[in-house]
Design a protein around this ligand. Sequence first.
Ligand code: HEC
Ligand code: HEC
Length: 200
Amino acid sequence: MKPWLFALPLLACSHAAPPPQTAAAPAAPVRDPLAAFETVRVVLQSPRCVNCHPVGDAPLQGDHGRLHQPLIKRGPEGTGVAGLSCAACHGKENPPASYGAHEPPGVSTGWRLPPAAHPMVFAGLGSAALCEQLKDRERNGGKSMEALIQHVARDPLVLWGWSPGYGRQPVPIAHDEFVRAFRTWAVAGGPCAAPTAHNP
Ligand code: HEC
Ligand code: HEC
């Protein structure tokens, strides 16, 4: 179990029995935004998200990041290249479970990778690099912290990770816990851990 999870029951109880106020005590227990970011990171780097946020210009498939079969290219807008667009196979919703596994999933807003201008690579980054990129408006498609919160809370591409279609594992952390952790990090100004050799 991750160490910060142990802190949750304490936070939950603090309303019932407020600690005696002393000069040294903080006014209220605040969940550590750096710990919250580690929860965010587990989600961003889970297979459902990484497969669309890969290194390079080809999407990935499955739980171990194998290259998409057939080999597919991002194209400038992320929707593929002429003659082989994502929409040729990926529809507006997941196919019914009765079709079985290994069917191309779909979302209402159109299946695609991020555009070539800001590919938003999540795969393989250390905590510090992932954190810096996420909040960098030059690299995140011009999104403010509030826009990022809205994106992770509501965007159909993100929500798909929790209903990915027959035969695929959903993201391993509940969506509301992810959004809560994202908000904790974002409202604290999006602090990033200092890079270390172990976690660049
Ligand atoms: C089908 C491909 C696809 C999947 C799956 C996907 N994303 Fe994305 N993601 C995109 C695209 C495309 C964009 C760019 C959207 C835009 O700029 O409007 C994006 C953008 C983002 C952004 C904002 C940064 C930016 O460039 O706008 C975040 C944060 C994000 N995705 C998180 C996630 C998370 C978390 C998951 C998994 C739960 C996920 N994505 C799954 C395609 C995907
Ligand atoms: C020729 C048909 C075809 C085209 C074109 C195509 N895909 Fe796929 N895609 C599939 C199939 C089939 C699967 C399901 C594979 C499986 O589950 O084993 C899939 C799965 C995926 C997955 C994996 C989902 C997961 O988490 O396992 C991603 C990501 C993906 N496609 C992205 C794209 C993107 C982005 C494009 C366009 C740039 C695209 N695909 C174009 C057929 C296609």
